[in-house]
Design a protein around this ligand. Structure first.
Ligand SMILES: NC(=O)c1ccc[n+]([C@@H]2O[C@H](COP(=O)([O-])OP(=O)(O)OC[C@H]3O[C@@H](n4cnc5c(N)ncnc54)[C@H](OP(=O)(O)O)[C@@H]3O)[C@@H](O)[C@H]2O)c1
Length: 332
């Protein structure tokens, strides 16, 4: 791959610009493993990075994209060989290292995960960082004691990538799932994924007391802000909240009361720097007992590099649904 196409982001005088460029391997940050990228995917963080709406990138110029799945073409590390099918999510990809919106990717070998044998490259990116994060959250909630017989689990930002996958994965494990969304028109979609109830954000009566009536055995929160504060007030005794996202804000205005009187746990979820042993274990689970059942419904589109800006716009305006996969080269 002498030349290849990549979606590269620049910043000049505080202004972010981005577009497709022809690059050579020497233009990419160093690393031991070179991958011919077959698929990437679009995450909220990618939209923040490419538009400059969030301070995500640690250097410029940089190729965007926090996810990639592809085939190793060259490796200076004995753990990987030409032809290996691999996946990389987070770790700094698309943040400090040139990312997955590129037909070729070069990364440190320590970031590379062998693709689970029964998973296709396409499926790996339909899941991507969003699905990996949803699985990581469920894994942590269960390690903290959550079980299906304890009662309903609520998922906020339900129609988003993480939200859709969380509903699908929880439903597959037998949980009663309640979806909280801002999109009234998506009730049928959310029920199809496994939600037994759909709540509309605009209809919520959140109250303001430090402890409100308890409702949830557990929660997966992609929104933050006042919704996360409300979750702390309404989770049942000994229940847990997985805090994943900040689509609605970074603030958290609550009290210690849910924690010291109800034993509620607030679990932080960070997928980007998930340690490698846990990372491999979660990918195995996603290919096994914690696998998605409704990926066809969740993937709302497969796009080329040229179509990325439109997808970023949908994500940032909260109008995007499910997951968008990016096709880079033929998977065969
Ligand atoms: N901690 C981690 O490791 C990690 C990993 C991946 C993602 N994240 C974060 O998790 C969040 C979700 O990521 P994603 O990729 O699923 O993004 P996404 O596809 O854009 O989903 C976000 C969803 O949140 C809801 N939402 C959007 N704006 C909102 C607002 N102003 N107030 C309340 N709800 C709003 C919308 O769903 P509804 O209309 O259905 O409510 C939207 O679809 C993002 O903040 C992302 O940065 C964190």
């Amino acid at each position: 791959m002498d030349h290849f196409r990549a979606y590269r982001i620049h910043e000049t005088d505080g202004v972010t610009t981005a577009g497709i460029e022809e690059l050579r391997l020497d233009d990419l940050a160093p690393g031991e493993v070179v991958i011919r990228s077959c698929y990437s995917s679009v995450n909220y963080k990618d939209a923040l990075a490419a538009t400059g709406k969030g301070k995500i990138l640690r250097r410029f110029p940089l190729v965007g994209g926090v996810d990639v799945a592809g085939v190793v073409t060259d490796s200076e590390d004995s753990r990987f060989r030409k032809g290996d099918r691999v996946v990389v999510t987070g770790c700094g990809l698309g943040e400090s290292q040139d990312g997955g919106f590129s037909e070729a990717v070069r990364v440190p070998a320590d970031w590379v995960v062998p693709l689970p044998p029964n998973m296709s490259l396409y499926t790996a990116m339909a899941i991507g960082t969003a699905g990996f994060t949803a699985a990581l959250a469920i894994d942590r909630l269960e390690q903290n004691g959550l079980q299906p017989d304890q009662g309903p689990v609520i998922v906020t930002g339900a129609t988003g990538g993480v939200g859709s996958l969380a509903i699908d994965l929880l439903g597959g494990r037998g949980y009663e799932v309640v979806a909280l969304t801002g999109k009234a028109a998506e009730e049928t979609y959310l029920r199809e994924l496994g939600a037994s109830r759909v709540l509309l954000r605009d209809d919520l009566v959140m109250g303001a007391r430090p402890l409100e009536q308890t409702q949830w055995a557990g929660a997966v929160d992609n929104v933050g802000g006042e919704l996360l504060a409300w979750l702390t007030r309404t989770v049942r005794p000994w229940g847990s909240i997985a805090s994943i996202g900040m689509a609605g804000g970074i603030e958290l205005d609550t009290t210690v009361m849910p924690f010291i009187l109800r034993g509620v746990s607030l679990l932080g979820i960070t997928s980007a720097n998930c340690p490698m042993p846990r990372r491999r274990r979660i990918w195995k689970r996603v290919a096994g007992d914690l696998g998605p059942r409704h990926l066809d419904a969740i993937v709302s589109g497969v796009v080329s590099l040229d179509e990325l800006p439109a997808v970023f716009g949908q994500l940032l305006s909260g109008q995007h649904r499910g997951r968008t996969v990016v096709q880079l080269t033929e998977a065969g």
